[in-house]
Design a protein around this ligand. Structure first.
Ligand code: FEO
Ligand code: CA
Ligand code: CA
Length: 683
């Protein structure tokens, strides 16, 4: 976005979409020759290290076999041919302003931004107040999970993130004004009206909403005491090694134990004890500093001398909850200003969805960076809990956290996440990898560079630089295959990697369309410190794979086709049957069409497009009910490419989902999908 003189706010440039610019110092990168993936597979299959069952597993995974082989009469009957994991017909690319699902499937829209869920249930209007928004579903739906009530697949709590906002859609004062998608309405007396700022903060965060299935698959919101909005203002506890350190002492919390709100919640995770984790991704741009720009700001891209992303610090009242976004040094000490406010963000936030009075907790032991999300490996009784998280910026890293205390299902709780080891991934060119511990006193993480574990964690990116982690092509979501424990991560793209910066794990420079990497931990133990890795697929166009870095390749090593070309894989989830659901967040349209969701079979290597969304959006967030007969996905920022002139004229790029542009702008929303025959989604 460009500086908007009309607003008199020097809004920072967020680069591509919602991603701010990384400020890392490049580690030395080793140039390498692009090796054919199948050649790599052969090398790895023959190595002693690739021992995990099912890894490199085209045709090896055994999770799908029927358990009906017991045969009373002892005669050998031929086993029935297993049904294909992906039983649907691929949908074509689409540039229509609608949802496209496969033949035999139906869908409905649920909880668009502004849907009332709590309080006095205020209906959405462009005139809704800031207080109204605190009782309504937030904007820009993202990561999401379904928490069943009494194990039901027809009644549960849908919990979802609201990553960011499009201010021009939110305010009466913006209507008719030529504004870009990131710009705020005209200032009043050089200030932002308080209620606009309040409304924007309340449109961020997380929604907890009870949803029930009615007749004819008609899902509806149930008004319930568990319905809750968590916002950019909700008090949150700081736990883990950073708690109480000087890094997070502020005027609001002189003890360094609390902060207000969560920001830019992108992907999510679910703990083994059934709580929700919301990631804080591109939080840095919401702040600004006065120029001292300590490394805790600079390495994360907190802007200097500019307004924060939406100018919240310039709210007219100057109230404390707004001015905290100005992280300049103003007072005699950190206890008298908000120089440390940006250090209270960049964490994974744990929320108990079943307890509406619970205080969300920022789990600092899991590191401070642009957390895209988090994925937990299946918990094993008597073994540590293990989870993985990517830092979504160009040339940033993939991390793993291993708890110090072993898992006990009877007693497990979030406190497990406060003590343990944070590791960062190093991908060796020979297909092996190492987890490098980020522990104060080890691996160069010593004085004068670091003075404590809290220092290491607050400066996670710098610590990872120091130990020699592998800079990746924007790590987004991770997923774990329940059949064999393989871990998958999307690497969405990297327009800035040059040919001489490539390595085997990031072999394309530039990398316009991204790829998906996967690994098997040594011995099948997620707490292991070594692993073997492979590239699952390369996104891109159809064509001959090789020197043209825009051409993709499917999991079989075959060219992509009209059924499965894709760009910029981002959201990902592996369902209980091992279907790999892959969601696009792509600025590219031709030849990919609108952003879509595909499914892959890691055993056969099949890859098919399952769903396409409306214009200008990304598909993100995916979960099914426990019976896998209902799927929920999110459509974020439909119509997001509406030009300022078209916005002023009321001509939105998309009118989804309401198709009533006179009353409703395009709105982010959840989409419910079911199979007309009542079967498992994807089967
Ligand atoms: Fe919020 Fe990296 O997507
Ligand atoms: Ca994302
Ligand atoms: Ca993305």
């Amino acid at each position: 976005m460009s500086t908007d003189m009309q607003n008199q706010l020097a809004i920072i440039d967020h680069g591509e979409g919602d991603e701010p610019l990384s400020t890392r110092q490049m580690n030395p990168l080793f140039s390498s020759i692009l090796e054919a993936r199948l050649g790599r597979r052969q090398i790895l299959k023959g190595s002693a290290g690739a021992a995990a069952v099912g890894f490199m597993g085209l045709g090896l995974s055994g999770c799908l076999s029927d358990s009906d082989s017991d045969d009373d009469n002892g005669t050998a009957e031929p086993a029935p041919a297993p049904a294909a994991l992906l039983g649907f017909s691929a949908v074509p690319v689409s540039s229509a302003d609608t949802i496209v699902v496969p033949e035999g499937y139906s869908h409905q829209v649920l909880i668009p931004w502004g849907t009332p869920i709590t309080g006095d249930f205020p209906a959405w209007s462009v005139n809704s107040t800031g207080a109204d928004q605190a009782s309504q579903i937030g904007s820009h739906h993202d990561g999401m999970h379904f928490f069943p009530i009494n194990d039901s697949s027809e009644d549960g709590l849908l919990v979802l993130n609201h990553e960011y906002i499009e201010p021009r859609l939110m305010h009466a004062s913006a209507q008719g004004v030529a504004l870009s998608g990131g710009a705020v309405p005209p200032l009043v007396g050089g200030k932002r009206p308080d209620d606009e700022v309040l409304k924007e903060m309340n449109a961020h965060g997380v929604s907890v909403v009870r949803v029930v299935k009615g007749v004819n698959n008609d899902w509806q919101v149930k008004f319930d005491a568990m319905n809750r909005r968590i916002t950019a203002l909700t008090p949150m506890a700081i736990q883990g090694p950073v708690r109480g350190s000087d890094f997070v002492k502020t005027k609001y919390s002189p003890q360094g134990t609390m902060t207000r709100g969560t920001l830019n919640n992108c992907g999510n995770g679910v703990t083994p004890w059934n709580t929700y984790m919301a990631a804080e991704e591109n939080w840095a741009g919401y702040f600004s500093n006065g120029g001292d720009n300590p490394r805790e700001h600079s390495r994360y891209g907190v802007p200097t001398g500019a307004n924060g992303r939406y100018g919240w610090e310039s709210a007219a009242s100057g109230a404390d909850e707004y001015i905290r976004f100005d992280a300049s040094i103003k007072g005699a000490s950190a206890l008298e200003d908000y120089r440390n406010e940006p250090l209270c963000f960049g964490y994974m936030v744990e929320i108990d969805p079943y307890d509406p009075t619970s205080t969300p907790v920022k789990r600092t032991a899991m590191g401070r960076f642009a957390h895209e999300g988090v994925v937990f490996a299946p918990a094993v009784e008597g073994r540590p809990v293990v989870c993985y998280s990517g830092d979504d910026s160009r040339f940033e890293y993939i991390y793993k956290f291993v708890t110090a205390t072993n898992y006990n299902s009877a007693t497990a709780s979030g406190s497990l996440l406060d003590t343990g080891t944070l590791y960062v991934a190093k991908f060796n060119d020979d297909g092996t990898g190492e987890w490098l511990p980020l522990v104060y006193g080890q691996n160069g993480l010593v004085a004068p560079l670091f003075t404590s574990q809290a220092d290491v964690l607050v400066n996670t990116r710098l610590a990872a630089d120091t130990v020699g982690a592998t800079p990746m092509d924007r790590p987004e979501w991770g997923a774990v295959d329940p059949a064999n424990g393989d871990v998958y991560f999307t690497l969405t793209n990297n327009s800035r990697r040059t040919a001489d910066q490539t390595d085997e794990a990031n072999p394309r420079g530039a990398n316009p369309h991204g790829h998906i990497i996967r690994w098997a931990e040594t011995g099948g133990d997620h707490a292991a410190t070594t692993f073997d890795w492979d590239i699952f697929l390369f996104a891109g166009t159809s064509g001959t794979f090789g020197s043209d870095t825009s051409v993709g390749q499917d999991p079989k090593g075959q060219p992509l086709t009209a059924d499965n070309i894709l760009s910029s894989p981002d959201g990902m989830w592996i369902d209980p049957d091992s279907r790999v659901w892959i969601q696009m967040d792509s600025g590219a349209t031709d030849p990919f069409g609108n952003c879509a969701m595909l499914a892959a079979d890691p055993t056969s290597g099949d890859l098919k497009r399952f769903l396409v969304g409306p214009l200008g959006q990304e598909i993100t967030g995916v979960i099914t009910t426990p019976d896998q007969k209902t799927m929920f996905i999110n459509v974020q920022h439909p119509g997001g490419n509406t030009s300022p002139a078209d916005f002023a004229a009321g001509n939105y790029q998309s009118t989804w989902p309401d198709n009533n542009p006179g009353q409703y702008p395009p709105r982010s929303a959840t989409v419910v999908i079911w199979k007309d025959d009542g079967g498992v989604i994807g089967s």
